[in-house]
Design a protein. Structure first.
Length: 338
């Protein structure tokens, strides 16, 4: 073999190694998500034309994604920390019901509509703290603890609302959450703010580093002096906080509180987090990836809607995407272990 051939082979191997490292890095994974999102946009533009590619429809996609997106930010922290929260959708529904109870709305009319916001968020945080305490100090598996909260929160919401829809009476509340700021709906701004704050919390604070450490190796984190149980409570409280914010957002979008709000939203949030590159076993994840995961599913839904395609086919497509994401995760985890 000639010297030139050896050098060419070495260069090819070097470039292949660099490509593998790039694809395995956070930037590489996000690039893959951007490409996937771009492909969906291209499909939508080709199949639906201007109905899909106009600015109003793009804002509709992001607005549709905003509520699931806020839930997904909280879910990202819980999963990175090695847990899971199946109750976020039900807690969101409970928050919307409690915030629209007559006593709360009467108080809001006498003072400010911010009372409704505070109540919804307080309900979410309280539910998250209960989840965290049961998981951390009760030593109950997160799946079972949050499944119990899912059932209990939904049942409590049905009892409080008597299975009826409670209409938001405050016009100031409705006008604020249906308004635009710089031409962009307020719901999208809330999603952007929560995502930015989540990114800062995960990547620029000791809270984020502790979350990654606990999710990567819980016992090693404990031996290193981290207060694992207390931090776990904080993670579930954070998921509850985002559930409360999402409850306020859905109240603003629908102008009604009902026990059916948030049904199966927890599955959509988990799917977005997984597709965004967060490992289900914990220890790795990104807020940016989660945002792209949410946008991918929202865009997919919009493409199907614009083309009047069967929702059952859409569900199958989402399932395939989730399976592929999990398979890629397993491959990454196996390669990392080797």
């Amino acid at each position: 073999m000639s010297e030139q051939t050896v050098e060419a082979t070495h260069d090819v191997q070097k470039h292949a190694s660099l490509l593998r490292r790039l694809l395995g890095s956070g930037a590489g994974r996000n690039l893959g998500l951007i490409i996937a999102l771009g492909v969906l946009f291209a499909i939508g533009a080709v199949t639906a034309g201007d109905r899909f590619s106009n600015l109003e429809n793009i804002l509709t996609i992001i607005r549709f994604a905003s509520i699931i997106g806020v839930l997904s930010i909280g879910m990202t922290f819980v999963i990175i920390g090695g847990g899971i929260d199946l109750s976020v959708g039900s807690v969101m529904g409970l928050g919307s019901v409690v915030a629209t109870l007559s006593v709360v709305q009467n108080l809001a009319e006498q003072s400010s509509w911010l009372v409704m916001v505070f109540v919804a968020i307080a309900v979410g945080v309280a539910a998250g703290v209960i989840n965290g305490i049961v998981v951390s100090y009760g030593n109950v598996v997160a799946f079972m603890a949050t499944l119990a909260m899912l059932v209990a929160a939904r049942g409590l919401a049905e009892i409080l609302s008597n299975r009826t829809t409670q209409i938001v009476r405050s016009q100031d509340f409705i006008e604020f959450f249906r308004s635009n700021l710089l031409g962009v709906p307020v719901l999208i701004w809330i999603f952007v703010i929560v995502a930015v704050l989540g990114w800062v919390l995960l990547n620029r604070t000791t809270f984020g580093r502790r979350t990654v450490a606990i999710g990567g190796n819980r016992e090693a984190a404990r031996l290193a002096g981290l207060k694992v149980r207390k931090h776990t409570v904080y993670l579930y409280a954070l998921a509850g906080l985002t559930s409360g914010i999402a409850a306020v957002m859905i109240l603003g979008r629908t102008t009604a509180g009902t026990s059916t709000h948030g049904a199966l939203y927890e599955l959509d949030a988990i799917a977005a987090v997984v597709v965004g590159g967060t490992l289900l076993i914990g220890g790795r994840g990104t807020i940016v990836g989660t945002v792209f995961g949410v946008l991918i599913f929202a865009t997919l839904t919009n493409v199907f809607t614009q083309n009047n395609l069967n929702t059952s086919v859409q569900a199958v497509a989402k399932g395939v995407i989730i399976v592929l994401a999990v398979l890629l995760q397993q491959r990454f985890a196996a390669r990392k272990k080797r």
